[in-house]
Design a protein around this ligand. Sequence first.
Ligand SMILES: Nc1nc2c(c(=O)[nH]1)N[C@H]1C(S)=C(S)[C@@H](COP(=O)(O)O)O[C@H]1N2
Ligand SMILES: [Mo]
Length: 213
Amino acid sequence: MGIFTNRGFQPKRPSNPKLPPGQYETTDFPVLTAGPTPRIALTNWEFRLEGLVEAPMKWSWEEFNKLPMQDFNPDIHCVTKWSKFDTHWRGVSVDTLLEHVKLKPEAQYVTEFSYGGYTTNLPLADLLGGKAFVGLQYEGQPLAPEHGGPARLVVPHLYFWKSAKWVQGLRFTAQDEPGFWERGGYSMYGDPWKEQRYRDDDDDQASAGSIRL
Ligand SMILES: Nc1nc2c(c(=O)[nH]1)N[C@H]1C(S)=C(S)[C@@H](COP(=O)(O)O)O[C@H]1N2
Ligand SMILES: [Mo]
């Protein structure tokens, strides 16, 4: 009765609360890489924690696979506007990795660095508390090379470019140092819920001290 029950006032397609603004859902898993897919022999693979730590740490593939692993089922959001819901990963949380180093107090930011030279930056806090992991398996299989295998970082609450494929390690820094896409004008932080795609979308705090492109 009356205008409050008039169906004409209902949105035609109710928006999905899992879908950040400007995104669409896909069931594909698109591949997005700047450059060729690096092939890393597992005998040469290593993962490092370096920078502002009391003593750097590194693991071989064999050592890394003995670390405690967990299942993660995140929704992921790419800045090119696809989102994929309920992906299934197995990997090692960054919290578990950090049990093996003592961070210096100035360590407030992290640069993820990869085989092949890719880098991406984010605040340390965004890797803690179960929010990020190094994924080794995807949908019950070893992670495919094109998606970052043998191992990639996954930080699902930020746009997916903050999830470095073929990750080689984490470098702890005092300042927020722009990585590959960030130097090209992408957001220093990349919150999909705030639609922080480009540097101009960052709030003042996130872009303070960085070059505005
Ligand atoms: N090493 C590396 N990691 C990377 C990239 C890259 O080019 N190189 N691209 C990023 C971008 S822009 C996205 S959207 C995702 C894509 O991951 P996918 O190819 O598994 O979908 O990886 C991110 N991680
Ligand atoms: Mo992306």
